[in-house]
Design a protein around this ligand. Structure first.
Ligand code: ADP
Ligand code: MG
Length: 564
């Protein structure tokens, strides 16, 4: 049988596994106590000393001893309360657990009281208690973590590693509580210093400086059972930023796989390599959230997982759509260099333009002789460029976008076909109907899916026993007879298609009939393609999940050119 002592140590080990878990518990308590200022001091990455000092409400002298007893919590008075947990702490285990496996000192004074209390505990035994006087607030010092659990101590990794985990915990809370000042330091150096921020965005950039100047997209959605607020960075921009995916649920940083999956789904990125960046705050009535499934409370479960998933992915889709509309609106007309420039549109535009061309026109003139300026300034140039007849480039106020013409057209055709499902599909009658010869198996597949194809705008009828005559394509689709034959082969090879999956069919049709790479496009064609792309619901990915658009912000360019 386990001794009570061993049992207590095991219980402690569930919550406290390394310095970072101590910091997590202490910082949570400080936030719960309403601290506006939280200071963290470390020795040996917390292996020797972790000290957290806060300006919170403090603990009343007569309650300090209670605070270190297991299941003593000031935050929970009945079992019913378990259902409504709003503060970080609620199990009353953290301080007790830490006290079991370290030397723990609490120095605290409650605001309005004349004196406070110092309590020193080692391996669960009280060593010292005395009256002290200090400014209101609490200092908790944890020394020699796991001194009595050598195996656990040996399991700790190198100091840089433990420090990184620990600072990541601090960053998470700093991200969430933007009005709280956070400082972390060792004897020798400052590790983090976050002054109270004016708003959430400022704190995000302060916490993750690489996000400065990035086009963070705000996301937000309200529902009585769930609120969402946060920021996204589309996958193509997120790629260079490293992994940053934070979810806070009812004020707690959590790992929530299905939230991650919902975001990916919302981006329309089925491609596994596409990891978006996001910081999301979810809030629900406490009874909707089971926060008690993990001892350290790092995992939670929302009562209606399906609702949560749809809610998040739709919010992402909406935000990206809004972003697309914005990008579309901001596609700029040409930048006339030189004389034509002065009588151009309104001031706002001029501002945008001036940030895209050299500030003084002389610099531009150095590059372009007066004779050369003429053709560049031709007003009919609409501001789209095609590279190698494959990629379309256009400028937006924040920089440059490059569109993959094939992937973009695929996305457009795909959505247009699905959009018209159940309504009247838009057909494009062929002047000369096409006849394709199919194998017996392909023909059988065709007969199985003939109705669905019709709904998608494909007018095809059996013609004899092994041929199909196609009289209309979905609007804007184009296929040669060879491609058409390939398409029927692909239908036949795809088990999803055989099950009647219209999305699969639409994706295959879109892929076959979208404009090919290597095809020259006219200015109006490029313009229309881009406009239609940004009117799509999920403009940033083709139906296979590959990106349709890549963006270079002015910031990216400045960085590449060593300007910043
Ligand atoms: P819990 O946070 O789950 O209640 P803890 O063991 O973390 O359990 O803390 C026990 C109690 O000690 C808390 O409920 C709170 O009343 C008190 N306490 C702990 N840390 C602080 C602090 N920094 N400021 C004020 N009170 C604190
Ligand atoms: Mg706590």
């Amino acid at each position: 049988m386990l001794s009570a002592d061993t049992a207590a140590k095991i219980a402690a080990g569930e919550v406290i596994v390394r310095p970072a878990s101590v910091v997590k518990e202490l910082v949570e308590n400080s936030i719960d106590a309403g601290a506006r200022k939280i200071e963290i001091y470390l020795e040996n990455a917390g292996k020797s000393v972790i000290r957290v000092t806060d300006s919170g409400e403090g603990i009343a002298s007569r309650e300090v001893e209670l605070a270190i007893q297991r299941f003593a919590t000031s935050k929970l008075s009945s079992a019913d309360d378990l259902e409504r947990i709003c503060t970080y702490g609620f199990r009353g285990e953290a301080l007790a657990s830490i006290g079991e496996v370290s030397e723990l000192t609490i120095e605290t004074q409650k605001a309005g009281e004349e004196s406070g209390m110092l309590l020193r505990v080692k391996a669960g035994k009280i060593l010292e208690r005395k009256e002290i006087v200090r400014t209101p607030g609490t200092t908790v010092t944890v020394s020699n973590l796991f001194f009595n659990l050598p195996a656990r101590r040996a399991f700790l990794k190198s100091e840089p590693y433990e420090r990184r985990l620990l600072l990541d915990v601090v960053r998470s809370y700093a991200l969430l509580e933007f009005e709280v000042r956070f400082d972390a330091a060792t004897q020798r150096e400052t590790l983090l210093a976050f002054a109270p921020a004016k708003n959430w965005t400022d704190r995000i950039v302060e916490t993750y400086p690489a996000l400065a100047g990035k086009n963070l997209i705000r996301i937000g959605e309200n529902h009585p059972m769930l609120n969402l607020d946060g920021f996204l960075l589309p996958p193509d921009e997120a790629r260079e930023q490293g992994r940053l995916q934070k979810t806070f649920f009812n004020g707690r940083p959590v790992l929530y796989r299905s939230v991650y999956r919902a975001v990916v789904e919302g981006f329309g990125a089925t491609h596994a390599a596409t990891a978006p960046l996001f910081i999301l705050k979810l809030d629900s009535p406490p009874e909707m959230l089971d926060a008690n499934i993990h001892p350290a409370k790092t995992e939670v479960r929302y009562r209606d997982e399906r609702f949560l998933f749809d809610f998040v992915s739709q919010a992402v889709r909406k935000a990206m759509h809004r972003e697309a509309v914005q990008t579309q609106k901001s596609l700029l007309p040409p930048v006339p260099l030189g004389s034509g420039y002065d009588n151009s549109r309104d001031n706002q535009l001029r501002l945008e333009v001036s940030s895209l061309v050299p500030a003084d026109n002389e610099a531009a003139e150095d590059f372009i002789s007066p004779q050369e300026q003429g053709p560049v300034a031709q007003p009919e140039h609409s501001g789209f460029w095609q590279l190698k007849n494959s990629f379309i480039m256009a400028q937006v106020p924040s920089g440059l976008i490059i569109v993959d013409q094939h992937a973009a057209h695929e996305r457009i055709l795909f959505e247009e076909m699905l959009e018209r499902l159940g309504k009247n599909p838009v057909r494009q009658p062929l002047l000369f109907p096409l006849v394709v010869e199919l194998s017996a198996e392909e023909f059988a597949t065709f007969e199985m899916i003939a109705d669905e194809l019709k709904e998608l705008g494909f007018d095809a009828k059996p013609f004899g026993k092994s041929e199909v005559i196609v009289e209309a394509f979905p609007a804007d689709a184009r296929m040669t007879p060879v491609e058409l034959a390939e398409l029927f082969r692909e239908f036949n090879a795809d088990s999803e298609v055989k099950l009647g999956n219209r999305e699969r069919m639409a994706a295959l049709i879109a892929c076959k009939s979208a404009v090919k790479v290597g095809r020259a496009l006219t200015q109006p064609e490029m313009e229309s393609l881009i406009n239609r792309l940004f009117s799509c619901k999920t403009p940033f990915f083709c139906p296979h999940g590959r990106p349709t658009v890549i963006k270079f912000s002015m910031e990216d360019l400045d960085k590449r050119f060593g300007r910043i």
